[in-house]
Write a protein that binds this ligand. Structure first.
Ligand SMILES: [Zn+2]
Length: 646
């Protein structure tokens, strides 16, 4: 274990509801020079695609970011109070990659006026700032063009709207830039050749796919990514080089066959210490669940923690054989589930600055069934969350001192274990009916992601209570009951606490949040596991019966698996509408009041480590230095500078 500097900062600052936290990658300096050099090239490839995600998320995003950064880079002469407000808004803009909150999907607007922004922009220009002007456009015209995107909360108010209300179209109600002028009905009647990696637009009455590839949409960014990936190949293991070459072919051609070849090669590479994810991956941002949002990660294996996750992966068949659902949907032969604990060096696009704690890919169901999947748990991210979370957080929402104590003793352990079970045996598990041709997302549409997340969570909640975990050495002898209680309590509590993240409306958009709401509210309605208790005007979700909790989880899991396996859209819709989407706004107001009183954050944006090559006189890389900027603004401006250049 590295010696941890206990004084180093994790929580760097609070920006409104958000926390800004530094991520550390302690194992990097122990990598070989070859692996470090590989990381350096992959790191550059990871940052090179950042603007793609900005543009996918909102058509006005890049122009808005450039205007804000012009002011931040040239602050001289701007009144302090205005600069403070613009800086505050810009930090939220960076953390959320645009003006939509990443959890609620809703637009947030600045605290400064349009006049204040206009004056600040003019001052910055006078100091030498450049603006994203179109040919012939004046500064006034630029500000006019961006006026409603910045200041009008009702203009394009939701980035992804899966439940826009009766009679409204989910694509037209979504502000993201994955479609242009296309309704759900039109999209459904059109056969896409590039469903994952294109923008679907209507031009002169016809639907056209703008393909993300070299020579297509985002050609500049993708060409830079390709250059760095090609440079990386020379330092990669043979298995990894094969995957990277396949990825380059995919970026050049955009063809689905090339993407499949990449997925297969990436899954096959289970031996390399360094790995990367770079491409159009998750489909949560698309209300249809088809278009992939661009993201990137570079990481290396955390040897010690990997032992535990490998143990779970090795026993994947044991778990599969005991899935509490119709045996028809159990895999007779679990293929290639590989699992590792990793330390992240950089995450960009859809995976940073707001990051997941576990990832299981590829998403292609057919490849998962035939070739298996790779699962990673982001151990340095989990650690940074743990180290930056205030203790009051658990106290406020726990019913008893016992519950607080269990959470403090076992919360982090139980969370990591369930994340691993979720990723390794949750997402990787189960079969779907052959009639779905390996693509249940086509049948479940906007509900697919929430149903799949629920399925993986339920698998984790079911098996976390299995004594087999003690037998295989993943859980310490004699501690299982306490760990399970801590986990179930935390899960119940979270359905209440997560409401703090949705400060407006009475509806949840984000799929992981829908799934957690679904499970707890289903248990409330259909089991004796959880009680709603009130004391001193405060509400608590008390987990009171762990056996009932697990039995309920098994029942719901059987139904959720059936829904996925049969592609039962109507049942998915009913389940989510009843338990997952809507909540009581009065309860939310109470939770927000309690959270605000304690000044607890709703979500976290991470500052990533920074790499810098060290070269000798001949220009050869002799080392790669890692450092920690500990400042969001410094890092965001550096990234923008890298992406904007050539
Ligand atoms: Zn998941």
């Amino acid at each position: 274990m590295p010696v941890l500097d206990s004084t180093r900062p994790y929580l760097l600052e609070r920006v409104g509801e958000a926390a800004v936290v530094q991520l550390y990658a302690d194992g990097f300096s122990r990598l070989s020079l070859r692996d470090k050099t590989l990381c350096w090239h992959l790191y550059q490839a990871a940052i090179a695609g950042r603007d793609i995600y900005y543009d996918q998320r909102y058509a006005h995003n890049l122009a808005m970011r450039d205007v804000l950064e012009a002011v931040i880079r040239f602050p001289a002469g701007i009144p302090d109070d205005v600069l403070a407000q613009i800086t505050h808004y810009t930090k939220l803009f960076w953390i959320n990659t645009g003006p939509f909150n990443n959890l609620t999907a809703r637009k947030f607007v600045p605290g400064f006026t349009r006049a204040a922004l206009a004056a600040a922009v003019r001052t910055a220009v006078a100091s030498g700032a450049t603006l994203p002007l179109r040919p012939g456009e004046t500064v006034d015209e630029l500000l006019e063009r961006l006026d409603r995107p910045f200041f009008d909360r009702e203009f394009e108010p939701v980035v992804t709207s899966k439940t826009p209300g009766a009679g409204r179209d989910i694509l037209e109600a979504s502000a993201n830039n994955l479609y242009d002028g296309v309704s759900m009905r039109e999209a459904e009647g059109f056969v896409e050749r590039y469903p994952l990696n294109s923008r679907l637009v209507k031009r002169d009455g016809a639907l056209v796919e703008e393909v993300y590839r070299v020579g297509g949409r985002y050609s500049d960014s993708i060409s830079r990514i390709v250059g760095h990936l090609e440079a990386a190949c020379a330092f990669a293991t043979p298995a990894m080089a094969q995957a990277l070459e396949a990825l380059v072919r995919f970026y050049r051609t955009g063809e689905t066959a090339a993407r499949r070849a990449y997925d297969i090669a990436w899954v096959a590479d289970t031996g390399s210490d360094v790995d990367t994810i770079n491409g159009f991956i998750e489909v949560y941002m698309d209300a249809r669940g088809a278009k992939g949002a661009w993201e990137s990660l570079v990481y290396y294996v955390h040897e010690e923690k990997t032992a535990a996750v490998e143990t779970i992966a090795r026993h994947a068949q044991w778990f599969e054989d005991r899935m509490p659902w119709d045996p028809r949907w159990r895999k007779p032969q679990v293929t290639g589930v590989s699992a590792r604990a990793i330390e992240v060096i950089v995450e960009c696009g859809d995976s940073g600055p707001v990051t997941p704690i576990g990832i299981n890919l590829p998403n292609d169901q057919e490849i998962r069934e035939t070739y298996g999947s790779k699962s990673v748990s982001l151990s340095n991210v989990s650690e940074a969350y743990e180290r930056s979370t205030p203790r009051e957080f658990r106290r406020e929402f726990s019913w008893s001192p016992d519950e607080v104590e269990r959470a403090e003793r076992w919360g982090a352990f139980a969370a990591e274990l369930t994340t691993n079970l979720h990723e390794i045996i949750g997402h990787g598990s189960g079969l779907v009916d052959e009639s779905l041709k390996g693509a249940p997302e086509k049948a479940l549409k906007e509900h697919f992601s929430a149903i799949e997340e629920a399925r993986a969570d339920l698998v984790a909640l079911y098996f976390v209570a299995d004594p087999y975990l003690v037998e295989i050495g993943v859980v310490p002898e004699g501690k299982l009951d306490e760990i399970v209680t801590a986990e179930y309590e935390a899960y119940a509590r979270n359905a209440l606490v997560q409401l703090r993240r949705i400060r407006e409306g009475s509806q949840i958009e984000e799929d992981h949040m829908r799934n957690r709401q679904l499970i707890v509210h289903w248990l409330l309605a259909n089991s004796e596991a959880i009680q709603i208790a009130r004391r001193d005007g405060k509400t608590y979700y008390r987990m009171v019966d762990a056996v009932a909790f697990r039995t309920g989880v098994a029942r719901l899991l059987a139904e959720v698996q059936r829904i996925k396996a049969e592609g039962d859209y109507a049942a998915a819709h009913e389940l989510l509408e009843t338990y997952g989407v809507h909540f009581d706004p009065d309860l939310r107001d109470e939770v927000v009041g309690r959270v605000d009183l304690l000044d607890l954050p709703s979500y976290t944006g991470f500052v990533m480590p920074r790499l810098e090559p060290v070269s000798d006189a001949s220009g050869a890389i002799v080392d790669v230095a890692i450092s920690y900027p500990q400042d969001l603004t410094t890092q965001m401006l550096e990234y923008s500078g890298r992406c904007g250049g050539s």
